[in-house]
Design a protein around this ligand. Structure first.
Ligand SMILES: [Zn+2]
Length: 469
């Protein structure tokens, strides 16, 4: 059996390999329809990495019709005879690869399968241009406003609701948006606003994000915004926008320079080329750390306004989640535990919150509450890892970790890590390894107790350092 199996495998390998001048080269294949995340293997695509998105859209708020042309520059990571892009809905009018017509078909809800006229070599740079039109699918991340405005925001998927994309945090690229809307409407997106052009009753806004960005961190918002432009002390302009009725958030957004200074003192240089925020009404209250311009959704009629801790959280993600993106969604705690704890660090410094006391009170209150400890902070499973545990127990884990390794090691690692993994991806394991490196401690038992357990940590991990009441 063993021999036959080995022979069979060899035969298949031989079929897949061609030879050029005696050197074996892999025959072109279709890139995979997923990027390989353990929880969401279908998210994103394989076989290439995008270098740049150049997206032009024309949007009509009255009819909700969107007409787009996406020019995507990419590099193959293997020889390809075809590859996938992610796009939810829309009619695809044409696809061209390196300026030649390519055949294409739709597969499942959000796969666009492209077959170029000729194969692509491994390491080859190529461009794919997709023309498409239609009304964005209401099942996606494109939200309509009663005013006629719209915005796209979502985690894990957002971009594929309005342009073709390799929608995985494992693929980051520069991004330019040219959005044309009827005169009187404004468009906000990521990056720097480069140009506003008025022609024949329409306005085209050009936004350019030079810091590599992943699909779900792109955003677009179309409304009749009030703009707030501020500057950081280093001169970086911060552009924020408020949809009609959300202007009550202007005072808190004015604290953004102070918040970024505070976070820079913790995490090192701000890693994105611009900053700001977008405030919109929506069907729920929530926020997402869109790159360089977090989006705050206020439930219509709730009278809610964001507070400084909300801004601290979303902007902490500019380092943790945006610049340093997750490699696996099972590592959600890498970005959420840190962002949630940053809120506490802010409250400690600005409002005098006693974090040791806060920790002791929260833990003591939940000593006999197994539900509080039952969701794993790491690898909690698909569609459950977003559970609230990272928000309510993440800060406790971070504070216990801090007391375990000591302030010196903790804050040194907190600053070094985002700089070491800037514009890249990282894992929770790498974060723990960094804490181990700075503290010269073996944290494997500590992290097993805090991250991989469904019960309360044993006393020695629950009360490290001076935390014991
Ligand atoms: Zn968050």
């Amino acid at each position: 059996m063993m021999t036959r199996k080995v022979l069979g495998t060899t035969a298949i390998v031989a079929l897949l390999l061609g030879t050029t001048n005696g050197i074996a080269t892999a025959a072109p294949v279709y890139g995979s329809a997923g990027a390989g995340d353990a929880y969401y293997p279908e998210d994103g695509n394989g076989g290439y990495q995008v270098d740049d998105y150049d997206i032009s859209i024309d949007y009509d708020p009255a009819s909700h019709q969107l007409k787009g042309v996406a020019k995507i520059s990419a590099t193959t990571t293997q020889a390809l005879k075809g590859f996938n892009l992610d796009l939810l809905g829309f009619t695809v009018d044409s696809v061209r690869v390196d300026s030649r017509d390519a055949s294409h078909r739709r597969e499942s809800a959000h796969e666009l399968v492209v077959r170029p006229a000729g194969s692509l070599r491994k390491g080859q740079k190529f461009t794919v241009e997709v023309a498409y039109h239609g009304v964005p699918d209401p099942a996606g991340a494109w939200f309509l406003r009663p005013s006629g405005g719209a915005y796209a925001v979502g985690e894990r998927q957002a971009a594929s609701s309005w342009f073709p994309v390799n929608e995985t945090p494992r693929d980051k690229a520069t991004f330019t948006l040219r959005a044309t809307v009827p005169a009187g409407w404004s468009v906000l997106s990521n990056g720097v606003r480069e140009n506003v052009l008025n022609t024949a009753g329409k306005t085209t806004y050009t936004w350019r994000e030079r810091t590599p960005i992943t699909g779900y961190l792109t955003t677009i918002a179309i409304d009749r915004f009030t703009l707030l432009t501020q500057r950081r002390s280093n001169g970086m302009p911060l552009v924020s926008a408020f949809a009609p009725g959300t202007e009550g958030n202007i005072p808190v957004e004015k604290r953004l320079p102070e918040i970024l200074d505070f976070e820079e003192s913790l995490f090192g240089a701000y890693p994105i080329d611009t900053g700001g925020g977008v405030y919109e009404f929506g069907p729920f209250t929530g926020a997402l750390e869109a790159q360089g311009r977090s989006v705050y959704i206020i439930a219509q009629g709730s009278g809610t306004v964001a507070n400084a801790r909300n801004l601290v959280h979303e902007n902490a993600h500019q380092w943790w989640g945006d610049s340093v993106s997750l490699w696996n969604w099972s590592d959600l705690c890498l970005k959420e535990c840190v962002a949630a704890y940053t809120e506490d660090l802010w409250s400690a410094q600005k409002e005098g919150l006693d974090l040791d006391r806060n920790y002791r009170e929260t833990v003591s209150k939940n000593l006999t509450n197994p539900t509080f400890w039952s969701a794993k902070l790491h690898d909690g499973g698909p569609d459950s890892e977003m559970a609230n545990a990272v928000y309510y127990r993440g800060p406790l884990f971070m504070h216990a970790l801090r007391r375990q390794v000591g302030d010196r090691a903790f804050f040194a690692a907190l600053k070094a890590f985002p700089q070491a993994h800037r514009d890249s991806n990282a894992t929770l394991q790498q974060f723990i390894a960094s804490m181990e490196c700075y503290s010269a401690q073996d944290l494997s038992a500590f992290t097993r107790a805090w991250l991989d357990s469904t019960t309360i940590p044993a006393d020695r991990y629950l009360w490290p350092g001076n935390l014991k009441p």
